[in-house]
Design a protein around this ligand. Structure first.
Ligand code: ATP
Ligand code: FE2
Length: 330
């Protein structure tokens, strides 16, 4: 029996979740947004600093537990924006000292994948589509192996950039693009860039920029055509990984997986291939503290933790990769 508190702070969101025996007791978060322009890391970290205590109290209250009930504190060690990761680590260190509990350093991407277990998925190919990351992943011999990924920007950052080019507001842009796309009627040809199980998005962004500047197309048609093209690229690479591995489950993860059209396209492909599709609820897809607590608990139960006397030596890992992590809890 353990109660684990998880801290998420890698980018735009500061979240604290509490998990007990694999059950999510609370999942409170606050997200930094902008009116115009993208994330400014130093501003996002100030946002986290401002709200961390409030989110902490709210999360404890929602979970119906007291500070002293917490057995360990898990935190996102990487990858992410350094100033934001720092805020999370500092808060974790304060809690470790105050509650006299060890810390569990968690990889943010692996947490996005592991939380998928709440859907019942057992051995899935994972399509992980978020702001900074776009990867096709499957577990094999002790690691989450990256079968394919974006060769340049993550699909979420790409969509957020596209939204800024369309001048439809600041960060995040995904939901606004999804709404615009539902009103698009005409498909406009856009480059389709798949290389094996990898994709590339930066050239597509340049092409979209040229199309916007030409003023020949409506925003709705461009949003619609972007989604149809880029999501087809994601579905194709996921399908290739399913064929390659022979696995019979596809699991979605990351904030872009909230997109209704992407979910729908994955569903069609999975039905055609007789593969089962698993989609976690929205509040577990985008960044959140519960996924950090969830993986933190699994690791803690395997004895993975940093004792209080070593906590001060802990550092953030802004560039940590999914396949750097030894997955010895399967
Ligand atoms: P990473 O996991 O790579 O560190 P992240 O932590 O920034 O990325 P998430 O919270 O997992 O990201 O996802 C945020 C991204 O999801 C943003 O780019 C946002 O625009 C995008 N997003 C959210 N909802 C939608 C949607 N409905 N359609 C498309 N994109 C969406
Ligand atoms: Fe994320």
């Amino acid at each position: 029996m353990s109660i684990v508190l998880g801290i998420e702070s890698t980018a735009h969101t500061f979240g604290i979740g509490i998990v007990k025996n694999g059950k999510i007791l609370s999942n409170i978060k606050k997200t930094y947004t902008t009116e115009k322009g993208g994330i400014i890391p130093s501003e996002a970290s100030k946002h986290h600093h401002k709200y961390c205590k409030e989110i902490y109290s709210e999360s404890l209250k929602k979970a119906g537990i007291k500070e002293k009930d917490i057995d360990t504190i898990a935190f996102s060690q990487g990858p992410g924006l350094a100033p934001c990761l720092h805020e999370g680590l500092e808060f974790a260190k304060i809690l470790s000292s105050k509650l006299e509990k060890p810390l569990v350093p968690v990889n943010h991407c692996v947490a996005h994948l592991e939380i998928g277990k709440v859907t019942g998925a057992k051995d899935a190919v994972m399509l992980y589509t978020s702001g900074a990351n776009t990867q096709i992943i499957a577990y094999s011999t002790g690691k989450y192996r990256i079968f394919g990924e974006t060769l340049d920007v993550g699909v979420g950052n790409f969509i957020d950039n596209f939204a800024r080019l369309l001048d439809i507001g600041g960060f995040p842009g995904g939901v606004k693009i999804q709404e615009l796309a539902t009103m698009g009627k005409n498909y406009i040809e856009i480059p389709y860039v798949v290389k094996g199980m990898d994709i590339s998005l930066s050239g597509i962004l340049t092409n979209l920029k040229q199309k916007i500047e030409s003023k020949k197309y409506s925003k709705e048609d461009l949003a619609y055509s972007m989604q149809e093209t880029v999501f087809a690229m994601l579905v194709e690479t996921a399908e290739r990984a399913l064929a390659h591995t022979g696995k019979k489950e596809l699991l979605l993860g990351g904030g872009v997986a909230c997109n209704i059209r992407l979910q729908e396209m994955c569903k069609i492909m999975c039905e055609e291939r007789k593969v089962k599709l698993f989609v976690p609820p929205r509040d577990l897809l985008a960044d959140n503290g519960a996924m950090i607590a969830f993986l933190g608990e699994i690791m803690f139960n395997k004895g993975i933790k940093v004792s209080r006397k070593n906590v001060e030596n802990l550092e953030i890992k802004p560039r940590q990769r999914t396949n750097d992590i030894d997955v010895n809890w399967k």
